[in-house]
Design a protein. Sequence first.
Length: 226
Amino acid sequence: MATFVLVPGAWKGSWSFEAVVPLLERAGHTVHALTLTGLRPDDDTATVASANLDTHAADVLRHLDRHRITGATLVGHSYAGMVVAAAADRAGGRIARLVHLDAYVPVDGESCWSSTNDHFRGVFAAGAAATGYGVQPPRGGDPRRRPHPLAAFLQRVRLTGAHALVPRREFVYCSGWEDRTPFADLRTRLGADPAWVVHDLPTGHDAMHEDPEAVAAVLLRDCDRA
């Protein structure tokens, strides 16, 4: 059986996978859904202000250590594509499968800010205007969302190349929001790269809530090989 470690995207916590977790568990797998530093309900302003991409990668590694996880399927949604790449690079071979769920797939030196499009750079800038350190979530959406640490969007990822040695690397492209997605060019590039498996879902970006069964089906596909 597989062990899944699920990392949420910007503004969200472990609850963003609440509809997917039981589907994976029902199939007999172990599932860990994380909430990153600065996104927890009891995090104070100092914690939000100081958290960055390295903090979030360390959250994942600390969780692997605490639960003695090896051979993990590490899943990152959206912003968390940055996090899972950094964590996999530092995990010392403990990741067997890396899934970027409609998520950034960085190379060394890129940040979420540099990798995204003008629409989301505008969202980040406007959201941080009030405090300068916490990016307010866009209007609408789940009320459980919290301000996201601005430094996590801005910090450039440091990658040695070890993440590219993960045996299985997959990208899930959600095509139902093509007017705003920053991932169209990434889907084209990875689709032509034999080192990657690309899946297409016809959902919007929040695929875990729009169609949790489809997300679970992708994650369960040949998962016992991980």
